[in-house]
Write a protein that binds this ligand. Structure first.
Ligand code: NAP
Length: 322
């Protein structure tokens, strides 16, 4: 099969289109014929091997998994002996090992049926970002009537977080740069903030929950934009340094600071599971949530997709088509 492979960490130049052996399917796994694969910052981390703190897991000198890509949408090509939930030719979406390829292997419990109203390209935008958005809002304990600020509302996670927060009954403010405010309004945000013109941390407005996906603003500033008992959920934000990538800001400093203030400040490490993916798929199938695809790139152009992502300003999700 053709796949995007890398032997060492580095810039997008390390990604090569090669002919390699088809992967072998385990008993609890599914072989997916890939139609589209999502490209997000997660792929960038595996490509560059940064932050270094991740290397004990992903490989010290080079990536243990040579084929890039996680998010997948495609059709079932073959089933492991124990898999009964799917049939050959089912249209599915989820998380697979090495989805920048003609076929990829997924654990059966990391897949769900693709919502019929979505194209494969749209479906590939959903799994990692959708589950992350859902788990972040859940961690923030968002309740109907609460005010939620989504920082980075125009990105892969942010566009889904805005829509899911609305479905949870929240009043949602989406923050983005000037050219993307219309997009953020169009997906249902009640209010928008242009971060290039307005400092939302000046204390004049406060939210019950802040979902922080971008910008890496200092915790004390974000705390000023929270209600006294509010919750900050740090999902990401690139540029946190090559060693830790800002890991400790959400996982250590936030929880520590929470001991001294009434607010809950903490980070999220999302983990895809079938139940949460199905919950997001149901919202999509019902027409309540629609993934936003920015640009698509052919498999052969996967490196260009990563170069585009590296600029840090996608409008929704970038997708690689196969
Ligand atoms: N914790 C987890 O488990 C988990 C899971 C998935 C992703 N993540 C992380 O979450 C982050 C977001 O992921 P993503 O897929 O949504 O990324 P993305 O698609 O690249 O979107 C990032 C968004 O950030 C906005 N942005 C850039 N600079 C900003 C600033 N200074 N202030 C406010 N917004 C700014 C950009 O919008 P503009 O063009 O309008 O600036 C862009 O739309 C990444 O760091 C990723 O690694 C974490």
């Amino acid at each position: 099969m053709k796949a995007i492979v890398q032997d060492r960490y580095g810039s997008a130049d390390v990604l090569e289109l090669r002919d390699i052996e088809d992967p072998v399917v385990g008993e609890d796994e599914v072989l997916v014929r890939v139609r589209a694969a999502g490209a997000g910052p997660d792929v960038w981390h595996f490509m560059t091997g940064r932050p270094f703190i991740a290397r004990p897991v992903i490989g010290f000198r080079g990536p243990k998994e040579r084929v890039r890509g996680w998010d997948v949408a495609g059709t079932v090509e073959a089933l492991g002996a124990n898999v009964t939930a799917f049939e050959v030719d089912d249209e599915v979406m989820g998380e697979a090992r090495g989805s920048f390829a003609e076929v990829a292997v997924a654990e059966a419990d990391k897949l769900v049926r693709k919502p019929a109203r979505l194209s494969f390209e749209e479906a590939a935008a959903v799994p990692v970002s959708g589950v992350t958005a859902l788990q972040a809002l859940r961690k923030g304990q968002v309740r109907p009537g609460q005010s939620v600020l989504v920082v980075g509302a125009s990105g892969g996670v942010g566009t889904l977080a805005v829509q899911i927060a609305k479905e949870l009954g929240a009043r949602v403010t989406g923050m983005a740069s000037t050219g993307k405010l219309e997009l953020v309004r169009s997906i249902g945000a009640d209010d928008v903030i242009d971060y290039t013109r307005e400092d939302f941390t000046d204390g004049s407005r406060r939210w019950d929950v802040i979902i922080d996906t971008a910008g890496r603003r200092p915790l004390r500033k974000l705390g000023r934009a929270l209600t006294p008992k509010g919750s900050l959920v740090i999902v990401g934000g690139d540029g946190g340094g090559r060693w830790t990538g800002g890991f400790f800001r959400g996982m250590l400093r936030g929880p520590l600071l929470s001991l001294f203030v009434g607010q809950k400040l903490g980070g999220l490490t999302s983990k895809l599971n079938q139940e949460d993916l199905q919950a997001v798929a149901d919202l999509v199938e019902a027409g309540d949530v629609t993934p936003i695809v920015d640009r698509t790139f052919d498999l052969v152009e996967a490196a260009d997709a990563l170069r585009y992502l590296e600029q840090g300003h996608p409008r929704g999700k970038v997708v690689v088509t196969v």
